[in-house]
Design a protein around this ligand. Structure first.
Ligand code: MSP
Length: 634
């Protein structure tokens, strides 16, 4: 196909706030986008996949302040965390935009000015309830609580009344154009239930939107009115234009805009399905094709979010399993659009059964047989019988169905279909019992056909799974002896017999380890997380050892008198095998002083000394500068 004749496909994720490190919820959206983008590339589309970070606004400003950092320092740190996670999850984005990049800031200023010149932006006074955590004004219909305040429906936090001079965007003027647009484009918002939600919201009437702040310093400023910064949502949404070359690379921009698919969580539907098209209509840009709102991953039945403190760290799983099992689980477990409850039990169960048993065993068993019976090379398989043909024809049907589901963004359905087929291949092997035929020389051609047929099926499965399991598919692809990278075979070229007969198939390597739930949870428990409050309850001090003597009859124990500022405490420590009592005298160490008194060998110990444990021996940490006894350590 000619480079310029390919249909372009521009796919985006939300740009994530940098007030905190990424969790499984963020990973979910990005994984969906990656799988769709990989499929579309296979299908021959000219894909551009954009992700990035949303770095301005009060939320980030506050988080930085709490951490004693500049907002940009915080952003720089968190961006590294996001990129590291995307790398570990095999996310192949084409560009990563940060809203603090000058080209973005300039682009946003330019569009702002354009709307102002056009009369779509005007100055006024805003008064309303504002949720800092979500950076959003509450809608007017949120009722007052008993205490006379309002609560943000999304995050459950208390909102504040804000009254300030600001610029407004004339959203009310776009009610009719939006309704017309929704009517002409009923799949603009997906799933359908969300489209209905959006239409009824707009039908209730739209108020003008406040789009600048004088109370927030950390934002894009207005060049001609520097007391104002641009509201973080106005700023952020335009990343979809600036990230694809608006006002910077017209060729790129014309090639990919309008976006084909904005993937978002349902929490930010209104911003993407109402405000965003209104801004675009006002500025004269063509509108995106689809905004797809997926559901939430819940933990203990509530949305995982930083503000609720119930986020799951993807690294717990990634460190043990690598990227594919997590990608598979998130995409297989729920249809895009519904909520899912995340549990480690559910995760382990699913990956052990589907990946380790069904798929992993199929590959392992099959490749081992090809190796053992044919030295890895099946040159002359026998004739294809009706049973063999059935396996081939059902692959053709599978390919069509999977293609259709991916085109429809129904990844979980595609995976369901692929698994029906994997089980059919397992059954084909079980029914044909190649291990029995291998004992009979006269059955060699038949044996060759069965294994070749199953290997063709495995090649096809491996190809179809690539968007979801890029790492393991590529490994399997190579084990099957393919030299050409998988991505170079177009979806339209994929055929059952693409596996060459004399291709040298390699010895299998286990692709998906089976992990025992108990072992996994044990590992997790060993990293028992405590809260900051738990930590604060521990009173650590600098203690000066003023006396030390060995406890008689023991190898390890030393009895010490430790000056902790206001008093002297007696403590027992197991460090005599490393330090002689004389050596300890005068040393400044770290001790915990609010630990319950213990009696060791009949002697009271009124505190505990901290030491590193290396090869069974205790090593005491030292201070790099002189510190007074009793100083708090935290
Ligand atoms: N910065 C805005 C988006 C601006 S886009 C122009 C924002 N950022 S966020 O960091 O809060 O990320 C929100 C997105 O992360 C959600 O829309 C969703 O894609 C994803 N998720 C965050 N928590 C989630 C779950 N618990 N479950 C699933 N996805 C979730 O909003």
């Amino acid at each position: 196909m000619e480079e310029n004749s390919r249909t372009s496909f521009f796919i985006t994720t939300p740009i994530y706030y940098v007030n905190d490190i990424p969790h499984i919820g963020h990973a979910y959206t990005t994984i969906i986008a990656d799988a769709i983008s990989r499929f579309k590339k296979l299908a021959g589309y000219d894909v551009f996949f954009l992700t990035g970070t949303d770095e301005h606004g009060q939320k980030v400003e506050k988080a930085a302040q709490e951490k004693g950092m500049n907002p940009i320092q915080l952003a720089d740190n968190v961006v590294v965390r996001f990129k590291k996670l995307w790398d570990a999850l095999d996310i192949a984005f084409d560009s990563f935009i940060r809203t603090t990049q000058p080209f973005h800031e300039q682009g946003v200023q330019k569009i702002f000015q354009k709307l102002k010149d056009k009369g779509d932006i005007y100055k006024g006074i805003y008064e309303g309830w504002y949720c800092v955590s979500d950076e959003t004004f509450l809608s007017e219909d949120v009722p007052l609580e008993d205490g006379g305040h309002k609560i943000c429906a999304d995050c459950g936090k208390k909102a504040n009344v804000v009254s300030e001079e600001c610029y407004f965007f004339k959203l009310s003027a776009y009610e009719k154009p939006l309704i017309d647009f929704y009517q002409k484009n009923p799949t603009f918002v997906r799933p359908k239930s969300r489209m209905n939600e959006v239409v009824s919201f707009v039908r209730q009437g739209l108020k003008d939107l406040s789009i600048t702040r004088t109370t927030v310093k950390w934002g894009i400023s207005l060049p001609d009115d520097s007391a104002h910064t641009i509201y973080v949502w106005f700023d952020a949404l335009h990343n979809y234009l600036t990230g694809i070359g608006y006002d910077r690379d017209p060729q790129l921009f014309d090639k990919y805009w309008p976006a084909t698919l904005h993937l978002i969580g349902k929490d930010i539907l209104r911003h993407h399905a109402v405000f965003w098209p209104a801004f675009l209509i006002a500025a004269g840009f063509p509108l995106p094709k689809t905004v797809y709102a997926h559901g939430w991953w819940l933990k203990d039945e509530t949305k995982m979010s930083k503000s609720k403190g119930n986020v799951l760290d993807p690294w717990t799983i990634l460190n043990v399993f690598g990227p594919d099992p997590l990608r598979y689980f998130l995409l297989r477990e729920i249809p895009i659009g519904l909520d899912g409850n995340f549990s480690h039990e559910g995760f382990i169960h699913r990956v052990n059964s589907d990946l380790a048993n069904d798929l992993g065993n199929l590959a392992q068993r099959l490749l081992t047989m090809i190796h053992n019976y044919f030295g890895g090379q099946i040159n002359t398989p026998g004739e294809e019988t009706d049973k063999d043909k059935k396996l081939r024809l059902s692959f053709d049907t599978l390919k069509e169905k999977v293609g259709h589901h991916f085109e429809d963004y129904a990844i979980n359905k595609a995976l369901e279909e692929i698994w029906v087929y994997i089980n059919a291949v397992n059954k084909y092997l079980a029914d044909n019992e190649p291990w029995k035929l291998s004992k009979d020389d006269s059955q060699r051609a038949r044996l060759g056909r069965i294994l070749y047929q199953a290997a063709c099926a495995l090649r096809g499965i491996c190809y179809l799974l690539y968007p979801v399991l890029p790492e393991s598919s590529q490994k399997m692809w190579q084990l099957l002896g393919e030299k050409k990278p998988l991505e170079e075979e177009l979806y339209s070229e994929l055929a059952f017999f693409n596996l060459k007969r004399d291709q040298k198939i390699h010895k299998p390597k286990p692709l998906f380890p089976r992990v025992d739930l108990k072992d996994f949870l044990k590992e997790e428990e060993s990293m028992d997380i405590i809260t900051f409050d738990d930590f604060k309850r521990m009173d650590f001090r600098v203690g000066e050892i003023i006396e030390a003597e060995r406890v008689e009859g023991t190898d390890k124990l030393v009895k010490m008198q430790v000056n902790i500022g206001k008093e002297t405490r007696q403590m027992i420590a197991g460090i005599a095998d490393k330090y002689a009592p004389e050596e300890l005298m005068g040393k400044k160490v770290v001790v915990i002083v609010n630990l319950k008194t213990a009696v060791i060998r009949g002697i009271e110990s009124q505190g505990m000394l901290l030491a590193a444990e290396v090869g069974g021996k205790a090593i005491i940490p030292v201070f790099t500068e002189d510190v007074p006894a009793g100083a708090k350590v935290r």
